[in-house]
Design a protein around this ligand. Sequence first.
Ligand code: PHE
Ligand code: ZN
Length: 879
Amino acid sequence: MRADNAPVIRLEDYQPTDYLIDTVSLAIGLHPTETRVTATLALRPNPAGHAGASLALDGDELVFVSAALDGSPLAADAYTASPEKFVLHRPPQQPFTLTIETCVNPTANTKLMGLYRSNGTYCTQCEADGFRRITYFLDRPDVLSVYTTRIEADADTPLLLGNGNPAEAGALADGRHFAVWHDPFPKPSYLFAIVGGDLDHVEDVFTTASGRKVKVAVYVERGKRERARYALDALQRAMRWDEEVFGREYDLDVFNIVAVSAFNMGAMENKGLNIFNDKYVLASADTATDSDYANIEAVIAHEYFHNWTGNRITCRDWFQLCLKEGLTVFRDQEFSSDARSRPVKRIADVRVLRSAQFPEDAGPLAHPVRPRAYKEINNFYTATVYEKGAELIRVLKTLVGGQHFRRGMDLYFERHDGTAATIEEFIACFAEASGRDLSAFSQWYEQAGTPRLSARGRYDAGAKTYTLTLAQTTLPTPDQPEKRPMVIPVALGLIGESGRELPLTTADGATDGGVLVLDGAERTVIFTDVEERPVPSLLRGFSAPAILDLDLTDDDLLVLFAHDTDAFNQWQAAQTVATRIIVRAVEALHAGGTVQVPVGLAQALGHFLDARALRDPAFAAQVLSLPGEADIAREIGENIDPEAIFTARKAVRETLGQALAGKLAHLYGELAIDAPYSPDAAQAGKRALRNGVLGLLTAGDAARGEALARAQFDAATNMTDRLGALSVLSLVAGEAREAALQAFYDRYRDDPLVLDKWFALQASIPEAGTLERVKRLLSHPAFSLSNPNRTRALIGSFAMANLTQFARADGAGFAFVADVILQLDPANPQVASRLSTAFRTWKTLEPGRRAHAEAALRRIAAATPLSQDVADIVTRSLA
Ligand code: PHE
Ligand code: ZN
């Protein structure tokens, strides 16, 4: 069905089901092309529904085999079965069992939803609506059932895993064997999973706070066992952390993680059996970068934390997706902050929010954190639901305070454990725990768009007062022309020009705790006893997802950069100055002038590096990493010319690189590490800074940088240094680059995850020749559109991380990506649909490029057949 005709599903239409399914007993006979699934469902009328009419179960591409009611075969006129539906015409009005047999073909399943094979391993993906591709079901999250799963397979599939605890296993005739798994916790169908394969594993025993022993294991393809150790360690640290910080213990006897190479998303929190994209499991010094390690730690923790926030308490309907995702992202961010550097983690998270969520929120695909309507739920696993959803939890915590937040969480677990809940129910727990009215806060979930927060300050030296006026506005978004003010907690401080932090004194204690809450369109506060002219440090720690518009001069910002006690705002100040300089450079280039870089920033960076680089390299790496092209584009907002941004940014980096050349060269030497590789935060921080230093140095002096990069590439003992050097080399056209790329390929030709880096790096080269290169790589023997990671590496990187080439002036970049989307769509609509979101900012481009982007989108929209997934994205993008 085309999105244009697809029904709109609305939150306000929510109705409970007419029947409930208390238990599900599945017998699955694994077979590459004809897997038999026999499902026995114990149904009963839902007291909240209207039993008696007909009972319709969801299906998707199912082959129906047989059906029985209470053990007796159903008469032909008692039901209708199609690939999309099973309807029982006159269902009993008392409890009954329905047994349905279906047949599915895992090998032909290229959508990677339901039961499929990844490199020979059988695995499943059921969120959001994949269970209906395995058997007919009430496939929605508010139907909670206890599952027993019996899996049968040939001897070539010795490992059989399911949800819950292992119950039974044994041999059968003809070399076949079976395993039975029982999950005592009622769960929705989207958390169902099985795995069948011949895999290696690492395991350990985790003892919970109350002394229960849990067998924890990570399963990977043969030969990759050693690369699973970091994930296993991260899992156990996450388990301990959730006990200590949230009081949450694990609840089954086993916790299994399985890594597969073909996966649409990052990972999946199936009860007791998490299934992962192997990119978020496998790591070794030679194959994974420090950021890969950090991502693995975060995703392992994320999926584990879902056990409480998502599984024990799930979502009533898919509109409540942020109830599990925003909250669980918040929890994994906190975990990583505790494991590493909190300010550096905060900066990294805000970078992600701004680069992924802000553009979404400002464009045609904008939607509230809790959407009110959708056509295709798979298109709502967005940065808004995940990342902004996490920010809202942080805002909530800031508003009620840490203690009340923890009490609210405890109440939430206590009250809603074992149920499918809503955002209202979640917020009610915090209102109750804190005794506060949170109705205004809950607007955050309803209203799309990023609030713009403006701040104007005036110092009266005679009266020693500082008057600060904060105001907010939010621009219209699709279907929401009128915007209300949000509740914005503004964490703040005042820094004197002398560099000291000034006390915050107001007549009414408006900023107690260092947080001023703006809950209307405008608010003015007067600070008294302000001994010197202050520079305000606002939205400290990025206390709310807003765009801050400050009336500070560059000099004021450099005061914050030098003296702010809030590390986030220190970093932010340098970023803001750099952004302004690059934006001015873009304007100068447009006016036919040349790029000027004021000496102030270079000097400030120099002082900063002297004082902090070796003390806090991870933070210094963040400071040295200037705003990206997309950051500048967002700041400019409209009529974007990516070439001008690229040129301006490059010129600014060149000037800074030259001004700081001596310091950078010195630091590059100082930051070398002698010790053996460890992915820990301290070493990773040094490498991040050293690679950043190398990049800036090369921007200032290509020949010198290239020589250093080549030496680093040859001598590297780990992937971070090797890839860091290669990406510096990749920016300099010529023989050396091609030789390095070839050497890298030769070394890693049999390592899919590393080859992904090789493809991604080449797709990101900001040069006119890149499109041809990417087209050539499309027919490289190692390339395949049927592996999502590979597709994302080559096509996703080109479309999402190479602004000048994707948005080429001649439209060839857009046309190419449109071709690939259309080619991929029939096989894997979810990955095709993700790719098509690369066009989400097309309306901000200058008219020539905008016309090319529109033409590409219209061409996709007009194609037939077109999946509902892609049709939904392109239709909304064009609206
Ligand atoms: N629920 C998964 C997570 O965020 C994401 C996911 C969604 C995976 C849909 C697969 C399919 O943890
Ligand atoms: Zn999640």
